[in-house]
Ligand binder design. Structure first.
Ligand code: GLN
Length: 207
């Protein structure tokens, strides 16, 4: 099996480990630069991206992880993990940065209000013949994506928990919620909590 790291300074680490191991991968918790050695890929979990960013800097993991990703380490980011991979954050927490490897600009906390998550069955033909059940928990929206970014699934802007017009969007605009750029895969939602493992399968198949 492949050896897949899970960024483990914050977030729903255990859920990803469970899915990856159930799909036959070996896993390693990644907390320091040495943990990156020999990985076939890495997963960045859901959680709170501003805390992930701060802890990654404190633990001197951020620069090493960014370098590994730039050198071609495949990654799959869910929710906060998507924010970590993104090149730009429209509404960062004070002092928050990102790894800056995925050519998208995201807006944090754009889907799924504080109390309720929002759920939707998404068509993702590139990844699954069946609709993928997606749960959005204070999830990021991808507001802009570069030409090299493949949009795998999208939802109407009317699903945002903020007024689309306030972001300069029409109600019938669609926003990417699953993207791929080279060896980077990212979703606004959390397949690790729903039991739909299509994206983890897709990620492992590419390693
Ligand atoms: N709102 C979180 C953030 O900014 C993401 C939420 C999640 O991962 N479920 O990182």
């Amino acid at each position: 099996g492949r050896l897949v790291g899970v960024f483990a300074l914050q977030g729903d680490v255990r859920e990803h480990v469970h899915v990856l191991e159930a799909l036959g991968a070996q896993t390693r918790l990644v907390r320091r630069p040495a943990d990156l050695e020999g990985l076939d890929g890495i997963v960045l979990p859901g959680g709170e991206s501003s805390v992930m960013d701060r802890l990654a800097r404190i633990m001197a993991l951020k620069d090493a992880l960014a370098a590994a990703l730039r050198a071609g380490l495949p990654a799959y980011g869910t929710c906060a993990g998507l924010i970590m991979l993104a090149d730009g954050i429209q509404n960062p927490a004070p002092g928050q940065g990102s790894l800056g490897v995925l050519d998208v600009t995201v807006r944090r906390n754009a889907f799924g209000a504080q109390v309720d998550s929002f759920e939707e069955d998404l068509a993702v033909p590139a990844v699954s013949a069946d609709p993928v059940h997606a749960v959005f928990i204070r999830a990021p929206a991808v507001l802009a994506a570069g030409a090299d970014v493949e949009v795998l699934a999208s939802v109407p802007a009317s699903r945002l928990s903020v007024d689309p017009a306030g972001l300069g969007l029409d109600d019938d605009a669609r926003l990417p919620v699953a993207v791929r750029q080279g060896r980077l895969l990212a979703t606004s939602f959390h397949p690790e909590v729903t039991g739909d493992w299509s994206f983890h399968r897709e990620f492992l198949a590419g390693l």
